[in-house]
Design a protein around this ligand. Sequence first.
Ligand code: AHG
Ligand code: MN
Ligand code: MN
Length: 339
Amino acid sequence: MPRTRPISLTRFLLEQQRDKGRIDADLRLLIEVVARACKQISIATAKGALGGVLGEAGTGNVQGEAQKKLDVLSNEILLEANEWGGHLAALASEEMDHPHPIPHRYPKGEYLLVFDPLDGSSNIDVNISVGTIFSVLRCPTDAVDPDEQAFLQAGTRQVAAGYAIYGSSTVFVLTVGDGVHAFTLDREQGSFLLTRSDMRIPEDTGEFAINMSNHRHWEAPMRRYIDELLAGKDGPRGRDFNMRWVASMVADVHRILTRGGIFIYPRDRKDPSKPGKLRLLYEANPMAMIVEQAGGMATDGRLRILDIQPEKLHERVAVFLGSRNEVERATRYHREAAE
Ligand code: AHG
Ligand code: MN
Ligand code: MN
């Protein structure tokens, strides 16, 4: 029997538009364009030292972080790919202080795109998986030249979210509110092919992901939760847990979508001015939508991430996401401590 060929991202999107009526033609084009940009970023990443993409760019972003060459390049690739298609009203990114308007010479559309062009930058030079994270919102109808305010929408308003992981293979993971689907890049053919549909995160897990070096800076409920996991069989949980920390959120989330787990980047006392390290609009929200669509849970330790009303474009938030029963427990410990 001939092997059935996996369906392409292009066909998947067309079916989401034509048969399911989930997305319109503009959103389909938008996602196609983002995926094409991710393909370019994947190629640049894979060239490594040969492409001259390793190392520092010598500049900083609005968050005071040193930019890597690949942060800047990935941002440029996404901007260039998306600004002329006519499907967007504006773009915003981790690497730009303010939203990027669509140049007047191009038509404008009704969507807003916000992204982390290169997630896991500390891993670029050491050849460990990095990725791109994106979120799509509708532009408020009264916004003619959308500014920061237009982007300040709760995560529940996202119409699509996804990421690309540039790992041992390149995988584009997408939700348009109809489950989570993964497309692997066929490098010879140059297209993304559906390799996992309707990914589900198991409710229970024996694996956690957290940067343990911050232990001494954590708040009491955070230490309680992790200390119980570390105590393993001899502790109150009565079983052993395993730990993984890639330091690329995309890679940790991809593992959790594949085999379960809990990912935590809590608020800590190292820098009390920051309510966490990760950014709400282009890291926490898209990942929270993906995780919920896969049956998992995502909170900031107290509240559902998707319900948070953002106040700033580059706002930070604590993130607890993954297997439902563990996220629920860690969140409960925080709520109890706050009572
Ligand atoms: P970015 O490279 O986009 O700034 O994001 C890095 C984030 C996230 O991907 C990862 O989970 C976390 O920072 C790693 O933090 P530590 O350096 O504390 O391990
Ligand atoms: Mn990031
Ligand atoms: Mn980044």
